[in-house]
Design a protein around this ligand. Structure first.
Ligand code: GAL
Length: 669
């Protein structure tokens, strides 16, 4: 990742997706005037506009986009110009039925939604490169162009013959020969041994459980295939004007077959879309996690702390399963500034204006169906003003001394149906650890295995199932350098091919943790395993033997009565904790707070009252303290400096309004 600057003047980006192709030119002019009123300085255009840019093969209608970009430029608003390849036009589908995606059970999908293409199909790839090159030739030097936004939320998966052929090539590259492939996939089991590459296929629907190694490799392969589809477009765009940064917006979710960390090296700026789906305080926990993940990917890609961008978020809705919840006043601003606090270079919404029809006609927008005389538009305008006061804070690096390891492939591997329990979820376990630390007021970094651990006193591995020798070595080096470690159940159990490490769980970390796990005791959904620390474990429990570690907490009752549940192993000055169950939220918060304290880590703002989120950014002597009040009462926080949103000096205490935010520029240390 090269992190080319998006803005030169120390301004935060502000805006969102704008779809002028859905409206007549009179509306464009109204929109641009409203954008100026709201303080918008960046809009994403053209995301799904392929059929409006190329209505027939080779026939282009760029006049409307010319006018739109000129209009934006005249208003001082810059454009993130998209390549429209997430929604190929009907003529493409009709000409290339073989480029439509095929599901695992063999159904071919049809035109009528979006994202209906196979990224391994040569016709699709050629058409995507071609439209990207045509856009680049026309707009690469347009003065409004700030950023190329390739595609939209790469994620469509396919099992067609093109995908299978590409999979075989990818496998040959990864494993070298069939012997190595057979070994990695343990094909001796169920007589799956391959003697001919032509017989190796995509993991299509089968009679019973599929091969875990094959499923895992297919996921990795598909992430790489989508990545190549992206880099092909990027290279075309870069060639036309190397000064313009190129990115694509990441979509977060368990279904996404993309290893975003790997992609971070290929984008000039990590850009994420974030849509929490919980209405209670969960939306705030999810926001903090998404922002910390994005920052982790940006750091992983750049090899050092780097900015990232919140490319999409919902102005006034939270989509819970089955219902759209309207955000309470102030919540949009809090979510937006939580992202900025945690490193986003700006705030972008999906979408600027709500469409009059189409599948997402009721999705949230800054300019809603009711127009601009609305609470949402007024809040968006106030947010634009707030962001203009926060320019400069982005120089500060988010302070975090606890790191949680995240690994997309461990998430994929744990979802194999042959695991000892359904619903095992590495991202879910990362979220649980992050949530516990968030409630403890401790800011965390998300790191990918192998990333530099600089200043991180405590490393947390939540169900980091896949552990290569290199990852085990990375963890060992951290501990031997005096870093503290907390490992949870299922970590280190398998190698990078999902083959079980023998000799007792948790395979790769047994010696470091001073424990040996003999048996798993997965718990039923409603089962609780009481713990001597108070509280209880959920989801999982284990028969654990001490082999150098001391017992911290034991199970109470049942077959594990009196046996260790949580242990601690002393290695020099460091401690290596093992947690063999998923503690309830409160117990987990207390446990992680203890582990952090022993490692010398305290909350970001120890005196912040419950419900106030605190994040500090520091740049040498300068620091900024973001305080987000998620309660419905004013909250007083001991702090000093200059409050940037009100412009008021703060001597020793700031009052953060109900549901509001304060950002202090603190006196030098
Ligand atoms: C995003 C997507 C947008 C729009 C939005 C709806 O994930 O990129 O195109 O669908 O969700 O909330």
């Amino acid at each position: 990742m090269t992190t080319k600057a998006l803005w030169s003047g120390g301004r935060l980006s502000y805006g969102g997706d704008w779809n002028p192709e859905q409206w007549p030119p009179e509306v464009w002019r109204t929109d641009v005037a409203l954008m100026r009123e709201a303080g918008v300085n960046l809009v994403t255009v053209g995301v799904f506009a392929w059929s409006r840019l190329e209505p027939a093969p080779g026939r282009y209608t760029f006049d409307w986009l010319d006018r739109v970009l000129d209009l934006l430029h005249a208003a001082g608003i810059r454009a993130a110009l998209a390549t429209p390849t997430a929604s190929p036009p009907p003529w493409f589908t009709h000409a290339h039925p073989d480029a439509m995606p095929v599901t695992a059970d063999g159904a071919r999908l049809h035109h009528g939604s979006r994202d209906t293409y196979c990224a391994a199909a040569p016709a699709y790839r050629a058409a995507a490169r071609h439209i990207a090159a045509t856009l680049a030739a026309r707009y690469a030097h347009h003065p409004a162009l700030a950023l190329w936004h390739v595609h939209n939320e790469y994620g469509t998966i396919c099992h067609c013959v093109h995908a299978e052929a590409a999979f075989r090539r990818w496998l040959a590259d990864r494993h070298g020969d069939l012997d190595a492939l057979n070994d990695a996939w343990v094909t001796s089991f169920w007589g799956q041994h391959y003697a001919d590459w032509a017989h190796v296929g995509a993991p299509r629907a089968t009679q019973y459980l599929g091969n875990p190694g094959q499923l895992l490799d297919f996921r990795r392969f598909w992430s790489d295939t989508l990545l190549t589809a992206y880099t092909e477009q990027r290279d075309v765009l870069r060639a036309a004007n190397p000064a313009v940064p190129v990115t694509t917006n990441y979509v977060l979710g368990d279904w996404v077959p993309v290893d975003h960390a790997r992609w971070a090296r290929e984008v000039d700026l990590v850009a994420v879309d974030h849509y929490p789906d919980r209405v209670d305080g969960g939306a705030e926990e999810q926001t903090a996690l998404a922002a910390d993940l994005a920052r982790g990917w940006a750091r992983h890609g750049a090899g050092r702390p780097a900015p990232w961008l919140l490319m999409e978020s919902a102005p006034d809705q939270i989509h819970t399963p089955g219902r759209m919840h309207t955000k309470e006043p102030g919540r949009m601003t809090r979510h937006s500034l939580a992202h900025v606090a945690r490193g986003s270079a700006g705030v972008m919404f999906f979408q600027w204006r709500a469409p009059a029809g189409g599948a997402e006609r009721f999705h949230s927008a800054v300019v809603s169906h009711a127009g601009a005389d609305t609470r949402v538009f007024r809040e968006a305008t106030a947010l634009g003003a707030a962001l203009s006061r926060l320019g400069g804070t982005e120089a500060g690096r988010v302070e975090a001394r606890v790191a949680i390891a995240y690994d997309a492939a461990s998430g994929w591997a744990l979802r194999h149906p042959g695991m000892p329990r359904a619903g095992l979820d590495h991202p879910g376990e990362v979220a649980a650890a992050h949530r516990a630390l968030w409630h403890a007021g401790i800011t965390t970094d998300l790191v990918m295995p192998g990333d530099p651990l600089d200043g991180h006193r405590l490393l947390v591995l939540p169900a980091l199932y896949l552990t290569s020798d290199a990852t085990a070595d990375w963890v060992r080096r951290h501990v031997h350098a005096g870093g503290h470690l907390l490992v949870t159940w299922l970590s280190g159990v398998a190698d990078e091919h999902a083959r079980v490490r023998l000799g007792g769980y948790p395979g790769a970390y047994r010696d470091l943790l001073g424990v040996r796990v003999e048996e798993f005791h997965p718990l039923a959904d409603d089962e609780r395993a009481p713990l001597t620390s108070g509280g209880f474990g959920r989801i999982w429990s284990e028969t654990l033997h001490l082999a150098g570690a001391e017992q911290v907490t034991a199970y109470i009752g049942g077959v594990l009565d009196g046996r260790p549940a949580v242990t601690r192993h002393r290695i020099g000055d460091a401690r290596a904790w093992y947690v063999s169950t998923r503690p309830d939220d409160d117990t987990y918060r207390r446990l992680l707070t203890d582990a952090a304290r022993l490692a010398g880590v305290v909350p970001t703002c120890p005196a912040a009252p419950p419900g106030v989120e605190a994040v500090r950014r520091r740049d040498g002597e300068r620091s900024w303290l973001f305080l987000l009040n998620h309660t419905d009462r004013p909250q007083r926080v001991p702090a000093a400096g200059h409050e940037l949103l009100t412009g008021e000096p703060v001597d020793d205490q700031v009052t953060v309004p109900p549901g509001g935010v304060a950002v202090l520029c603190e006196p030098p240390r």
